[in-house]
Design a binder for this molecule. Sequence first.
Ligand SMILES: [Zn+2]
Length: 428
Amino acid sequence: MDVLRLTCISIASVALLTPSFADDNLAAIQYLTADAYLDVSNGKRINNPAIIIADNRIRDIGQQGELAIPAGANVIHLEGQTLLPGLMDMHVHLTGDASDNFLEAQNYSIPRQTVKAVKNAETTLMAGFTTVRNLGADGYSVIATRDGIDADEIPGPRIWAAGHSVSITGGHCDDNFSAPEKKSLAGGVADGPWQVRAKVRENIKYGANTIKICATGGVFSKGTKVGVQQFSEEELKAAADEAHLRGLVIAAHAHGTSGIKAAIRAGIDSIEHCSFMDKEAIALAVKHGTYLSCDIYNTEYTLAYGAANGVPEANINKEKQVSQAQRDSFRAAVKAGAKMVFGSDAAIYPHGDNGKQFSRMVTFGMTPLQAIQAATINSADLLKQTDIGQIKPGYLADIIAVKGDPIAHIELLENVSFIMKDGVIYKQ
Ligand SMILES: [Zn+2]
């Protein structure tokens, strides 16, 4: 265990260590102050706050000078900084790196992908994202990464991991890049309602704590049309029922209008990408309370660097089809009052740049507070968690800080200056 602890210690200087990673004799109580904190539930900026953290939870919040410093507490003052809850990204793929050659990366082994996930989990945490949902990976690689993080063996965010993305044969989440005689089939392929249910059960058997299904074609697959529905509504309903029966939240990858509508009617909890949404689709999402997760930043990266990274022309052309449509759908959905979460599809652009999406969410129609809420309270609500996403007594101590006021300067979220997860400080 000592060796493992040393590995973790190396990511932060010893001075930053707090009890769960360090010597058991160190104070388990921390007293954290800053210039202000942002109450993400109402947008209020509260000056001169003081927060008491006991082990991994927030015990009390008050004002500096009023809230007494507990005896033996480790006192931390963040001069000129604003505290916020740890950020949450509801759509990442920790196993991939955007800068790797695209076609070579299709052929990475599961152990290779797991090494990528371990590296990218740390990068994501160090960008201030203390919770992520990994929507699909080969061979339970991210489930193993999540378990390593939960066991304090490696640093990383809290992870909700989907296991294999469920896909029709030849669909967006199947392996279509190999020659036919290789008979390569992705681990999540299922056809028909009962095969779909069996695939959900298999994912859960091997540790998935969320489910992902590919309802339509996609940008980065071979031989799929981006706007075209793949699973039938009956199959989507089977997946949603099975996930809900087991107490899990289910996400549907869906670009095209008919697939989006079918997924919403089927009871899926969040629609990923949401590129082509007509009025009826947005109204359906509002009516059903379905969360929308629109990855509106990564198109900039793909169009700028995709060709250099070996993304085939056919896929870049598909990206061009969705990019403006997706921004328009995002704007219309925000205006209609649809429920929105922050989902970036990290891996399509470099991990750690997740925060760049905030300013785009503001450019395309959200207020800065709405963009921050998408990555905090709304994401916690989607995951049905009642102790993350806010700075509140009883909540887990996932707290970040930025140098200034993020409501006035949303791009500050691209440079997080302080990171605490579970009461452990990773950056100060
Ligand atoms: Zn994705």
